[in-house]
Design a protein around this ligand. Sequence first.
Ligand code: A3P
Length: 272
Amino acid sequence: AGEVVNDTKVGRPGSCRRIPQSIIIGVRKGGTRALLEMLDIHPEIAVATTEVHFFDWDQNYSKGLEWYRQLMPLSQEYQTTVEKTPGYFTSALAPERIRAMNSSIKLLLILRDPTERVISDYTQVYYNRLENHKPVQLIEDILIRNGALNTRYKAIQRSLYDVHMRNWLHHFPLEQIHLVDGDMLIQDPLPELQKVERFLNLPPRIESSNFYFNQTKGFYCIRSDGRERCLHESKGRPHPVVNSTVLQQLRSYFQEHNLNFYRMVKRSFNWN
Ligand code: A3P
């Protein structure tokens, strides 16, 4: 419980900032922003709009739980507070730190085809560098070093879902980590969101009328509270066409890791 705010300028009477009962832990470029924004449609969910990086960045973690709580949105007693920081999934320390805060927290992990995720990761860095007037490289020049796949490339490392998941399963039972299929969330968001509603024990409030397909963007956008909005233009950008041999090398590199991940989570995905 946090302090109760009775100032109506700050929030409704009785509202306060609460430690999240659910966290979207990743994966980077998996569709974490879409998931958060779509869950925000639900009247019983309150979301932290900015990425907090509390459990993965030491300089934030050392500020303590009260600092963290102050970054949460105002919420009512009946609401579930959700924050998302995609960097948690690949952080060595985030699982044990989150467990130390609340061992019964509900974790959400949105994943997407690991190869697609690498290309999406590259595309994001590419545009960031362009905006900051830094030199950019072709994706093939990063993926291939001395004729072989550069498996030390961070974007490839982040797509090794089995490696990261193993660390989470050391600290949380599988039932406490709900997997959202990021590829499905793109194609047809509602069923994935309904599964999250059930996982969070919330009444079904998100409906098909909350989504409409925007032809120009090429993605679903949100209709809620009489407003229509699409995600920021940095979400859903075209990807570069990658040389097919390189693409094949990437896919085969992930194959074993994916199978290992399916065994770990007792479920399979349409990757590769
Ligand atoms: P791309 O921009 O590579 O297509 P994150 O928010 O975790 O960074 O994930 C970004 C990805 O979310 C985008 O990657 C996009 O594919 C995906 N996404 C899922 N649903 C979306 C939606 N409705 N609108 C825009 N992007 C969406």
